[in-house]
Design a protein around this ligand. Structure first.
Ligand SMILES: [Zn+2]
Length: 497
């Protein structure tokens, strides 16, 4: 008898300090809404994503594929109650209808209006109706791990890269483990633990300390026969009790072996905890430093308003300072401002226009109101905001920036988008006719994901501490629900708190 596999995605990294709302429409990358059924396979089959890998694994095992829904929203504030209900009901209904396995592409740091742990609540619900169902999940490196996630799935594998270039590999890894477990070839024993470290995502790049060596340990353990080892840096802008660094390991039949590797990696993470703290310099100094450099492209990283960590993507501090200090030959990706996009479309290509750019969103959690910037320039390009992603991160999927436009002030070319988008592919400029390799400066509202496409062309990268709800300055945020003590908020925090 042909086995039936349910394959679905529900991805969102929730910044509980972000004022950006998260309704259901945000979970569809394109105007047609959140893909369901056949649309899921059309949009994600053959792509470099976790769900793309799960589709492939189930199909190659000859399973009948059921794809109820694939929701993936850019990071923002707490997920709307109704959006969460619809996505989870759709997945649970598909399981209830009868299946032999479940493959879920999840994030691991979803907070909803009702649940601190959106993924754990979904998995616990599935477990209730299907106690013995084999379940494989893939998770983001920024997952904040919980018992509800680990206890309610059979196998889980997290990304080992940031930027996330191995979403597909993590899905493949997890999916194949599940097939082997279903065939009785392995007996996966999964354990996890965490350390009280509120790590900065700016310090989680896989090429850098401390994540690089920790991930290398995980890979080595897998090379030595462990079924899987996943290191999670966690997502620090989530004011929930389980935010922090964690490790999940899966051994074949041996709890002791799984615990041994887990504790080794966590011990090393604790030793390196000071490396998880990002130190910054004043914005004026960063831009002044950039002005002294000759060889471009020089990346100016507007990381306090990082789109894919829940930034409003419309703060102007870095752009304003670049203009004030007179930097020339600059391109920026991007300011989120659908109103300005509309004005530019109305004005038409080639028109001279003065706009009140960005600053439309207040940020009450950090005590800031939006500050628009008056900018005059030419409407240099108008696009529908789509192109095909070619970097490993999301390869084959379509970028969905919404209707977008390019404003050229003469010195600065500013991309203006109507859907929140973090730049990680040269197409984010080229689709507007801007050649990023030829620019002296590129302002990017990003933290690490830009590296997927821009690291190979960047001569220098300068972190610029602007304004936003993804700041690396912990003192800006009022944490009320995270565990205490936690490093570095409590510098003398013990290893086990
Ligand atoms: Zn992530």
């Amino acid at each position: 008898m042909v086995q039936r596999a349910v394959v679905a995605m529900m991805e969102h990294e929730t910044n509980t300090f972000s004022p950006v709302p998260t309704p259901l429409t945000r979970f569809g990358r394109h105007s047609e809404g959140v893909p369901r059924g056949e649309e899921v396979v059309e949009q994600y089959g053959g792509t470099g994503t976790g769900i793309g890998a799960f589709i492939e694994v189930a199909q190659s095992a000859g399973m009948e594929l059921v794809t109820p829904i694939a929701g993936n929203a850019a990071p923002s504030g707490k997920v709307d109650r109704e959006a969460y209900r619809i996505m989870t009901d759709t997945i649970v209904d598909a399981v209830s209808a009868g299946c032999d396995s479940l493959f879920l592409d999840l994030h691991g740091a979803m907070v909803t209006q009702d649940h601190d742990d959106g993924e754990g609540a979904l998995l616990a619900r599935v477990r209730q109706i299907a106690p013995d169902l084999p379940i494989a999940i893939s998770l983001d490196l920024h997952a904040n791990m919980t018992d509800d996630i680990v206890d309610n799935c059979t196998v889980l594998v997290g990304y080992k890269t940031y930027p996330h270039m191995d979403m597909y590999e993590a899905g493949l890894h997890s999916g194949r483990l599940l097939l082997r477990a279903m065939a009785g070839e392995i007996d996966p024993v999964m354990v996890w633990d965490s350390r009280p470290i509120l790590a900065q995502t700016l310090r989680m790049g896989h090429d850098d300390r401390p994540m690089g060596p920790l991930i290398a340990q995980a890979r080595q353990a897998e090379a030595d026969g462990l079924l899987a080892a996943s290191v999670f840096g966690g997502f620090p802008l989530a004011d929930v009790p389980f935010a922090g660094v964690s490790v999940v390991t899966i051994a074949d039949g041996s709890q002791r072996r799984a615990e041994e590797v887990r504790d080794q990696i966590l011990g090393a993470a604790w030793e390196e905890r000071a490396e998880f703290v990002f130190g910054d310099e004043p914005l004026e100094e960063s831009i002044a430093r950039a002005a002294q450099l000759d060889e471009g492209p020089i990346i100016l990283l507007d990381h306090a308003d990082n789109t894919a960590s829940g930034g409003t993507q419309d703060t102007n501090a870095v752009l304003a300072e670049v203009i004030r200090q007179g930097l020339d030959d600059v391109a920026m990706f991007a300011i989120y401002d659908p109103e300005v996009v509309d004005q530019m479309f109305a004005a038409g290509e080639g028109a001279e226009i003065t706009v009140s750019l960005g600053g439309k969103t207040d940020m009450p959690t950090i005590g800031r109101v939006g500050e628009p910037l008056e900018v005059t320039g030419q409407v240099a390009a108008l696009t529908d905001g789509t192109f095909e992603i070619t970097v490993a991160m999301g390869r084959g999927t379509r970028a969905s920036m919404g209707r977008s436009a390019l404003l050229d002030t003469g010195r600065v070319q500013i991309v203006v988008v109507s859907r929140h988008t973090e730049p990680n592919d040269l197409g984010h400029f080229r689709s507007f006719g801007v050649e990023p390799t030829e620019k002296r400066y590129l302002i990017l509202k990003s933290r690490i994901h830009y590296r997927a496409g821009f690291a190979p062309i960047a001569k220098h990268t300068i972190p610029c501490n602007g304004v936003g709800v993804t700041s690396s300055d912990n003192s800006l945020f009022r944490f009320e629900n995270i565990r205490r003590p936690i490093y570095p908020l409590d510098p003398d925090c013990p290893e086990v708190s």
